[in-house]
Ligand binder design. Structure first.
Ligand SMILES: Cc1cc2nc3c(=O)[nH]c(=O)nc-3n(C[C@H](O)[C@H](O)[C@H](O)COP(=O)(O)OP(=O)(O)OC[C@H]3O[C@@H](n4cnc5c(N)ncnc54)[C@H](O)[C@@H]3O)c2cc1C
Length: 402
């Protein structure tokens, strides 16, 4: 495919693979500084907009969406959460972020973040090609990398860029362009997955509920007044089709049950998915004229609600670095990206791992393991330092803290 004829050839300073939050936010930030981009994505806009994913934004991220002119919808349609509930031993324990560390998070679905970013790109005249196939990234070790793709109508296109950003998510093909003997991949697989449920039901709680139980973990979160998002721990090879609505609700009810009589409000299950997860980091995040951002470079288990926030943090660091690299400083400016981005990535890896092992029941775990976990949870909610640690990590770290 590489040197076959194409129908069009254009040039742009930065080409971006992936129209997720990282790719679109980067294009938006560069566009504000007068730098054109071309973004390509294999999925259609409709497919991205209707795929349920993250829902929790750090307050800085929410304010960045407003402050950089993406949209102020998050402040109108989002819900500010000043804490969360940890349930264990059949009892609720509230962790009050605002009181502990003066911070909060915003409940605002990733589908809405995407819509805001895609609308902002369209409004500002940015170029985003959805639904492409056969993406190729060429010549990344030169100063003239190229990206090729096939449009939905079958025509083939090439864009020549100074830099290419691989923001192509957790199954990134861009990260494979860093040669095997020049990259290191750090990772960890988990022996369980999340069963994700979207249900038509009233909210069961005003804030997120993270529930530990002898039956396994469950997370209760809101979407709207009539639609709720919930997860429970399951086996990685679980099949969604094997689960009736009754079985889903019984599993969730068992995991949140307690002395206080707490019960979830039930309703028809609209969507069931199994989400396998892992911890992963690839270094370096830059290879020649290629830079990686977001899930392409690192993924975290969803327990700590960090992935979307990390992706947006990466491009907040990367945009000004790319502007310098496109100016007089040239490519050496890119050396500043990885150290700034990675420090937060590894903090988030640690927190996501910690939350995961704190709340999930390992298959084959002993009675000792369960009681030790309850001891750790008691340490978290029962000491000011434990509560403050959870609050500080969950709400994210100030963007400029290094
Ligand atoms: C169920 C679930 C719940 C989650 N909950 C949270 C949460 O509460 N909080 C949180 O912060 N994070 C959460 N996350 C993680 C969060 O969704 C991701 O970290 C985030 O989407 C990363 O953004 P990104 O732009 O790096 O990648 P993505 O959003 O994955 O975007 C990458 C894009 O690249 C495109 N692409 C891939 N390959 C190619 C190719 N070859 N050519 C062109 N395009 C390509 C894909 O189609 C995709 O649209 C959750 C994830 C899941 C799955």
């Amino acid at each position: 495919m590489t040197d076959t004829a194409v129908d069009t050839v254009t040039s742009v300073p930065v080409a971006v693979i992936g129209a997720g939050p990282a790719g679109l936010m980067l294009a938006h930030l560069l566009g504000r500084a007068g730098v054109d981009t071309v973004v390509v994505d294999t999925r259609t806009r409709h497919a991205i907009e209707t795929t349920q994913r993250a829902g929790i934004l750090e307050a800085d991220v929410a304010h960045d969406l407003v402050g950089t002119g993406v949209s102020d919808r998050v402040l109108r349609d989002g819900d500010e959460h000043e804490g969360l509930e940890l349930r264990f031993g059949g009892r609720p324990h509230r962790v009050h972020f605002k009181r502990l560390v003066g911070a909060s998070v915003w409940l605002y679905p990733q589908t809405d973040v995407f819509t805001d970013l895609a609308d902002a790109r369209a409004r500002d005249g940015g170029t985003v090609h959805f639904g492409v196939t056969d993406t190729e990234v060429l010549d990344v070790t030169t100063a003239t990398p190229r990206v090729r793709w096939t449009a939905p109508d079958g025509t083939r296109h090439e864009v020549r860029a100074r830099y290419v950003v691989g923001a192509d998510g957790s199954r990134s093909m861009c990260r494979d362009l860093v040669p095997g003997d020049r990259r290191t991949r750090y990772g960890r697989e988990y022996p369980f997955a999340w069963f994700g449920v979207l249900a038509e039901a009233p909210p069961s709680a005003p804030e997120l509920v993270y529930a530990h139980s002898a039956h396994g973990f469950a997370l209760i979160s809101r979407r709207t007044e009539t639609v709720q998002r919930m997860y429970f721990q399951c086996a990685p090879d679980e099949s969604p089709e094997a689960w009736s609505d009754d079985r889903v609700w019984k599993t969730l009810q068992d995991r949140v049950a307690g002395d206080d009589g707490f019960r979830l409000q039930e309703g028809p299950v609209l969507e069931k998915t199994v989400l396998r997860f892992r911890s992963f980091v690839q270094e370096p995040m830059r290879w020649g004229s290629l830079v990686l951002a977001g899930d392409a470079a690192h993924t975290v288990p969803p327990t700590g609600a960090r992935g979307l926030n990390l992706a947006l943090h990466d491009v907040k660091v990367l945009a000004p670095v790319l502007l310098r690299a496109l100016g007089r400083e040239g490519g050496t400016a890119l050396d500043d990206y990885q150290p700034q981005a990675l420090r937060r990535v590894w903090r988030a890896q640690n927190f996501s791992y910690w939350m995961t092992q704190l709340l999930h029941t390992p298959p084959g775990g002993s009675a000792f393991d369960l009681r030790r976990q309850l001891g750790e949870l008691d340490n978290v909610v029962g000491t000011p330092a434990g509560q403050a640690y959870l609050a500080e990590q969950y709400t994210g770290w100030p963007t400029r803290a290094h």
